[in-house]
Write a protein that binds this ligand. Structure first.
Ligand code: NAP
Length: 246
């Protein structure tokens, strides 16, 4: 059996390793391997695949740019999966559809992606997680201004990417089923506390109080999981204490 993971970076590698550990052949396809999901022939790229995992991302806070990228990516992947008879497994984010976070363009894009993915004709599983433990470092890279790292007020229940990858591996290989799976970590914390705990936050941390209803929603827990989410360790504190894990 064979899976294709569309999307590179840390998530693609972790998911690829989890699928391989379950005995499947797996191929990672992203621009660094010469495959652009927005431009290239996705049907040809999925030829022979039983499952395709969509783990692409483009970081932007703009609603139009995020929606354009995520909808185009998922339409291309889902339609090609339907054409070759592969299942489509989409990575998404707990709470991205909640009305109070739609003012954040990235989440509006992810919510639009989930809706579009449901219409391509492929058999779809959406694996949603909360922010990964690795998110603090991602955020520090994205919002670094000179010597400063801007950290928005955000209450989160982060989960290890490796744990999410294992869940994706089980969904891909049929060890677990479900059209929607939600996973979250066991510890409720803040993005600021996560960033402060990093061995090298890459700059001086500057907490940012986002204004308005969106800022309040982020601080008040709009990204926390609901009762349907499965809670899986390790906690962020356990993870960050083991340097080899990250
Ligand atoms: N980060 C989190 O905490 C988190 C939590 C829950 C869910 N998610 C979701 O999981 C997914 C992956 O997240 P991430 O943080 O790993 O995203 P990311 O780092 O922003 O992007 C993942 C990969 O997408 C690939 N990519 C971008 N444009 C592409 C294109 N046109 N064609 C092919 N590949 C392309 C890139 O690889 P190349 O440069 O090689 O093309 C990149 O490494 C996203 O949908 C995200 O919303 C993330």
């Amino acid at each position: 059996m064979r899976a294709v993971v569309v999307g590179g970076g840390a998530s693609g590698r972790a998911i690829g390793a989890a699928i391989a550990a379950r005995g499947w052949a797996v191929q990672l396809s992203s621009r660094r391997t010469g495959f652009d999901v927005l431009r290239d022939d996705v049907v040809a790229a999925l030829n022979g695949a039983d499952v395709v995992v969509e783990a692409t991302g483009r970081f932007t806070t703009g609603r139009r740019r995020a929606t354009d990228f995520f909808v185009r990516s998922t339409t291309a992947v889902g339609s090609a999966a339907a054409a070759v008879g592969a299942r489509h497994v989409l990575l998404s984010i707990v709470g991205c559809e909640r009305p109070e976070v739609q003012g954040y363009g990235y989440f509006a894009g992810k919510a639009a992606q989930e809706r579009a993915a449901a219409t391509t004709g492929a058999e779809l599983s959406v694996v949603r997680s909360t922010q990964w433990h690795e998110f603090a470092e991602q955020n520090a890279g994205r919002f670094r201004v000179g010597r400063f790292v801007l950290v928005p007020g955000m209450t989160v229940a982060p989960v290890a990417l490796e744990t999410v990858a294992a869940v994706v591996g089980d969904v891909v290989t049929g060890k677990r089923s479900g059209r929607r799976v939600e996973v979250a970590g066991p510890q409720v914390t803040t993005l600021r506390a996560m960033t402060e705990a990093l061995p090298d936050p890459a700059g001086r941390i500057v907490p940012v109080r986002l204004p308005g209803a969106l800022g309040r929603a982020f601080r008040d827990g709009a990204l926390l999981p609901g009762p349907e989410a499965e809670i899986v360790g390790p906690s962020f504190d356990e993870w960050v204490a083991v340097p080899a894990a990250h």
